[in-house]
Design a protein around this ligand. Sequence first.
Ligand code: ATP
Length: 374
Amino acid sequence: MATPSRDDVIATLSRLSDPESGRDPVALGWVQGLAVQEGHVTVALEVPPERGAALEPLREAAEKAVHAMPGVLTATVVLTAPRAQGAQPGASGQPRQGTAGRAQSIAPPGVRHIIAVASGKGGVGKSTTAANLAMALVARGKRVGVFDADIYGPSMPRMFGLAGQRPMVADDRILPLDGPGLKVMSIGFMMNEEDPVVWRGPMVMGALEQMLRDVEWGELDVMVVDMPPGTGDTQLTMSQRVPLAGAVIVSTPQDIALLDARKGLNMFRRVDVPVFGIVENMSYYVCPNCGHREEVFAHGGAEAAASEMGCPFLGAIPLDIAIRRNADEGTPIVAAEPDSAHAQAYLAIADAVLAQLEGGSDAAHPAAPTIRFT
Ligand SMILES: Nc1ncnc2c1ncn2[C@@H]1O[C@H](COP(=O)(O)OP(=O)(O)OP(=O)(O)O)[C@@H](O)[C@H]1O
């Protein structure tokens, strides 16, 4: 069945009405984000902040109406509001819990701990680290899910050999795909690699929220979230709305990347998410022929920066073609070469993360934040 067009969705939304004014949400200019991807529809309605809770029935009606359209597999409608001038979402002193109506849905039931793998800038190996950390947690006997939230460059389908696959939908629930011993869900499963989506802020959270809310994750000990790179609004909002137990920050040793890592660390601190530590990726190069170790960049910077910023240093991962090759071939090195020194390095990082997850019970089980208008 053909996927509906954006105009079809707009037409459906225009048949609804705001109970206060009697006008439809399209005429009111509330439709600020709309994505239609192979039957998966995400709509962001930007509404007056003070009416957030009162408009929950309209949100539900919109979701139901869109879902009932022929060709629609899943429908997610979220309410957002323009940020009040000067508002600092999640800045210290403000609670992570908020006021608007449906935040409980953002914490997938059955998932014990959610950890973010983040980086201040792109291309530092965040996704490679996330995939290997997830596999290391599997090796430690944990039930693990990987949630690829890197909407700008989702790479988990490729890293777990699942590129080109689509999730099944059963009873209105999206089933994550089975990777090697873990579950994988990625925005990349919903779009074509050659067909990049230009995301607007509200659409991002809508799509990510759908993956948290409508995916049948089942029981997980740990969900590893591959965050979008950077420290902009998307990352901030996400760190605020997803009940993260903590974050791992990936950096390369170069000064510039470390500066970015500091920004990442500060972002999580702003929203009261504990930082489990920094991983220095592409830290040094070992010649595969002679074993000579070469410090490609000024190695050690991340460790020094971590101690200066008062957060743990989780370990150094070398620049090695085997890490890249295994990731490209769809089996992270922890699974492909479990006895290698590199796999051991990722396992040590996983152990350090587990120690913090299981040690800090309060930090590891933060109250699920309620969605707040930002
Ligand atoms: N330690 C490593 N040794 C060799 N290659 C690596 C290593 N870490 C990552 N790579 C390679 O570097 C490239 C970028 O890695 P990756 O996609 O994990 O980075 P990222 O920070 O998630 O990037 P993006 O910002 O694009 O999402 C990939 O080709 C990956 O295979």
